[in-house]
Design a protein around this ligand. Structure first.
Ligand SMILES: Cc1cc2nc3c(=O)[nH]c(=O)nc-3n(C[C@H](O)[C@H](O)[C@H](O)COP(=O)(O)OP(=O)(O)OC[C@H]3O[C@@H](n4cnc5c(N)ncnc54)[C@H](O)[C@@H]3O)c2cc1C
Length: 507
């Protein structure tokens, strides 16, 4: 429904005038808090709000409560560029990351800008008004409308309502609980229980060693293995620098060291996959010993970084296997039974508790519908501009982190670029910016070239990327940094315009 003007005020039907903001940020997770920091630093006078659908900030780091929940990137790159990570552990637990996000929000007064229990349901751009009208569902079934000049989506990349759960025959027959890590029951007691964790991704490799603290035994049941690389939980360079140089400088040095190491590992995995494969498997063999079947349980069918690597701190997964408290079974589920799982090999796995670490449901825009001048935007039909805006969608950016490096590296760059863009517009009195695909020699490609199941399942949800800049990202922090900081904002692709707003004209 297009908003109408009555006596200079924006109304819909019989509703009150909509509250207006310069920028609306959707989501108070790691990205939303970072975006707000950059925005208020660059534009202390801009009027902005953060809409958060849940009752707390922190996003992922507040939602996920399963045992052992932690980052698998180091916090020197998952932390914000502008606020050093000061804790000893580089691979940090979920509660410490949540504390870091909360403290950042408090330190910069961002917490006062968050409106909780406000889910953005629909956003509608009016070219006539040169603004967005955002329909917000509140707790208790209320709906309000807000308007803004620029909409900044920091809503993450997955559906908060539920995780991905493949259906297996006979699930209802299983006598014990079946739990998804995204909805971990607070009172779930697994003391002395036989646990089967289905999956081989980052969540499974985290849960398995963590649950050996109380469980009788934990089996990681995987259809096919992932690459698992053990890293020290504490960063040796950070430990060494502690106290020797100012904290901020130490943070910057370790951050760049980790960026470069991660980039090198990624590039080498693409250039010399066999070499990297031998190295990763060699490390696993060293800890697991010569009798362990690394070929069957830790040797994937794909090359390193064709899917995200799983990092484990201080070899905890391998140590749990060596202790006999955990084991890996590589097989397929035929059916759930009353007592556990029947596998395709004929083997039966007895279980008291089954955890389905089967991943997330990828979702764009936090499930919000986006309309531009009465046309609904189908994001898979759009082309992503610098991995942050979308062809023919004006004044809207979204924060989408790296898949081959820490999320925050890219969300920080995106926030900086949004500020550059807004500064540029302000200086030239533009109020609309729209990426337009005017070039004819741009081919469309998938936005993410990972073979992981969750990315493959999301192909009909994700936008495309182009074969050339600015429709394509380097997926390389150092190169993207140069591009985001120094490339010309007026690049011939971003169309700028000045719209005299109907509302302003009437005021
Ligand atoms: C278990 C787990 C571990 C991870 N570990 C790492 C890691 O080690 N390294 C890494 O780089 N990445 C990791 N990730 C990816 C992780 O999601 C990002 O690192 C980061 O937390 C994303 O932050 P975000 O703010 O962009 O999104 P989120 O953390 O998902 O936050 C989005 C926020 O937006 C809100 N929201 C969504 N839709 C709406 C709406 N329509 N209206 C209002 N509010 C809305 C949500 O409630 C939420 O608070 C991990 C993800 C998971 C699930």
């Amino acid at each position: 429904m297009v908003p109408v003007l009555e006596d200079g005020a924006l109304v819909r039907g019989d509703e009150r005038p909509a509250e207006h903001f310069d920028v609306i940020i959707v989501g108070a997770g790691l990205s939303g808090i970072g975006a707000a920091y950059h925005l208020q630093k660059e534009f202390p006078k801009k009027h902005y709000v953060i809409l958060e659908g849940r009752g707390a900030m922190g996003g992922t780091w507040d939602l996920f409560r399963y045992p052992g929940v932690r980052s698998d990137s180091d916090m020197y790159t998952l932390g914000y560029r502008f606020r050093p990570w000061k804790e000893a552990k580089a691979i940090a637990d979920g509660p410490s990351i949540l504390k870091y996000i909360r403290e950042t929000a408090q330190e910069y007064g961002i917490d006062r800008k968050i409106r909780y229990g406000c889910r953005a349901k629909q956003a509608e751009w009016s070219s006539e008004e040169a603004h967005w009208t955002v329909e917000v569902a509140g707790t208790g079934g209320t709906t309000t409308r807000l308007t803004c000049n620029f909409l900044y989506m920091c809503s993450g990349y997955y559906d908060y309502a539920a995780g991905y759960m493949p259906g297996w025959p006979g699930m209802e027959r299983f006598a014990g609980p079946v739990v998804h890590p995204q909805n971990w029951p607070e009172d779930l007691d697994y003391t002395g229980k036989r646990v089967v964790v289905i999956g081989s991704g980052a969540t499974a490799v985290t849960l398995v060693p963590a649950m050996t603290d109380k469980a009788e035994h934990v089996v990681m049941l995987q259809r096919s293995p992932s690459y698992v690389l053990a890293l020290p939980a504490k960063d040796i360079a950070a430990e060494w620098l502690r106290g020797k140089v100012p904290a901020r400088l130490a943070y910057m040095i370790v951050r760049w060291k980790n960026v470069l190491v991660a980039m090198y590992l990624f590039q080498q995995s693409r250039k010399n996959p066999e070499k990297i494969k031998r190295w990763i498997l060699g490390l696993a063999k060293k800890v697991l010993g010569p009798d362990y079947d690394v070929a069957q349980h830790f040797t994937p069918r794909y090359n390193p970084w064709d899917q995200r690597l799983c990092f484990v701190p201080d070899e905890d997964l391998f140590r749990a296997i060596n202790s006999g408290k955990a084991s890996v079974v590589t097989d397929e589920i035929e059916a759930f039974t009353e007592k556990g799982l029947k596998l395709k090999s004929g083997e039966e796995l007895a279980a008291d508790l089954i955890v389905t670490a089967t991943g997330l449901k990828v979702q764009l825009m936090g499930g919000m519908e986006v309309w531009v001048d009465g046309q609904q935007i189908k994001f898979p039909k759009t082309l992503a501009y610098k991995g942050m805006m979308y062809s023919d969608v004006p004044n809207l950016a979204s924060s989408f982190g790296y898949t081959n490096a820490s999320w925050t590296l890219k969300s920080d760059l995106t926030a900086e670029y949004v500020c550059r863009l807004l500064k540029h517009m302000e200086a030239r009195h533009y109020n609309v910016c729209t990426p337009r695909k005017t070039e004819t020699d741009i081919d469309e490609e998938p936005a993410i070239d990972f073979s992981s199941g969750y990315i493959q399942r999301a192909m009909d949800v994700l936008p495309k990327q182009g074969s050339k800049r600015p429709w394509r990202l380097h997926q390389n922090y150092a190169l993207d940094l140069l591009e985001f900081r120094f490339s010309s904002v007026e690049d011939g692709t971003m169309e700028f315009s000045r719209v005299s707003k109907l509302a302003e004209a009437r005021r």
